[in-house]
Design a protein around this ligand. Structure first.
Ligand code: MG
Length: 381
């Protein structure tokens, strides 16, 4: 549905006075871009959620774990007949679960908020409801931005003042696997201009050599904390540089701070922090340890927090990247609205699952292309 912006602002009481009279929110009607308000009560926000298990197309093999499903929770925030969609995805290392996210979301009272455009007020309340719970908070943040965009009939990137044409090429992830499977994945990655290869499984050179047999595309590598020796890491950084790798992501365990800082100083290619940098406070803490940061909505708590992190990182002279977990097209497309603030983006989490309930971003000539439409722009399948 659409209402024009002036109608909405009047309705929510931002401009004008005494415009809302009558009985209840149930007597609101809509049609042909106009909203007739006959209720005496502005509606509050209604939050709904349900668990959803993401089925992975391939077993997801990283340096320190392997899995075939990811637990998720799909959220909806409804306001006056308009629904915004959100999502929490919970890969094991984040420490959240169906139970913890359900408990957090159940504790929220969004009915108290009558104006969904006061995003700062609402998210402040959500943030201070309990510490942590970043994926749960992201699920509210994403749904709220989708809702606000739909109300204003604008995509989220416009609400943020970003130019979607400035999005960089996005990468496709190739997990640690046998040469046969790696080759198959390189073929699947045909539309992409940059590939992200997972390393740290003990077959680093075989992985890269296998990919290089198939393609000369630029590569980035994500070690997911898999290397334990800084001398090996530096040797690999030089070797990978010669193989056309453009950056190393989280090469060693996040606790090896001094070793990572040492590597960053000596490495010919940038060292990006992922597991070590969950939120803005981590970013400030490790600004001299890494060359850049991989920002993800599930780590930092949503679009608003990610925007602030990306702007801060750029101000500090750090490289910026936006990534995702295995997620539906809801959260992946939401993250894609922030691509104009990044040097690299890695938004293929939706392509790794076989039961995506939404249709969202598409990859056209290696770039993220956002769907037409207000809010996130996704469509339920
Ligand atoms: Mg990573």
């Amino acid at each position: 549905m659409k209402i024009n912006k002036r109608e909405f602002l009047k309705y929510t009481g931002i401009i004008g006075t005494g415009l809302i009279t009558g009985k209840s929110m149930t007597s609101c009607t809509e049609g042909s871009g106009k909203k007739k308000i006959t209720g005496n009560k502005k509606p509050g926000l209604i939050l709904r959620f349900k668990p959803y298990t993401l089925q992975l197309k391939h077993s997801f093999n990283l340096a320190i774990s392997s899995r075939t499903t990811t637990p998720a929770i799909l959220t909806e925030i409804e306001w006056d007949g308009i629904t915004g969609y959100g999502e929490a995805s919970m890969p094991p290392y984040l420490g959240e679960s169906i139970e913890s996210v359900s408990k957090f979301l159940s504790s929220l009272d969004l009915q108290q908020f009558k104006n969904p455009l006061l995003i700062e007020d609402i998210l402040d309340y959500v943030e201070h409801s309990a510490p942590g719970n970043s994926a749960a908070k992201a699920s509210v943040d994403i749904a709220l931005h989708d809702l606000a965009g739909k109300i204003l009939d604008e995509p989220i990137y416009t609400l943020l003042g970003l130019n979607p044409e400035k999005a960089p090429d996005t990468s496709f992830t190739i997990g640690i696997d046998t040469p046969e499977i790696v080759k198959q994945k390189v073929l699947e990655a045909e539309p992409y201009k940059i590939l992200k290869v997972k390393l740290g499984g003990g077959n680093d050179r075989e992985m890269i050599d296998t990919v290089r047999e198939m393609t000369g595309k630029p590569l980035c590598v994500d070690i997911n904390q898999g290397w334990k020796d800084r001398n090996y890491a530096l040797e690999m950084a030089h070797w990978l540089n010669e193989k056309g790798v453009v950056f190393l992501e989280q090469p060693m365990p996040k606790e090896m701070v001094d070793d990572i800082a040492w590597l960053k100083e000596k490495s010919p290619i940038p060292v990006i922090g992922d597991e070590a940098i969950q939120n803005l406070s981590d970013l400030l803490k490790y600004k001299d340890v890494y060359s850049g940061v991989n920002v993800k909505l599930m780590k930092c708590g949503g679009i608003r927090a990610a925007y602030i992190m990306l702007k801060t990182a750029r101000t500090l002279g750090l490289k910026t990247m936006i990534g995702c977990m295995t997620e539906t097209s809801c959260a992946v497309t939401a993250a894609a609205h922030l691509c104009p603030l990044t040097y690299w983006c890695d938004l293929d989490g939706n392509l790794l699952i076989s039961n995506d309930p939404f249709e969202g971003i598409k990859i056209v000539e290696g770039k993220v292309t956002l769907p037409n439409g207000a809010g996130i722009g996704i469509r339920k399948i």
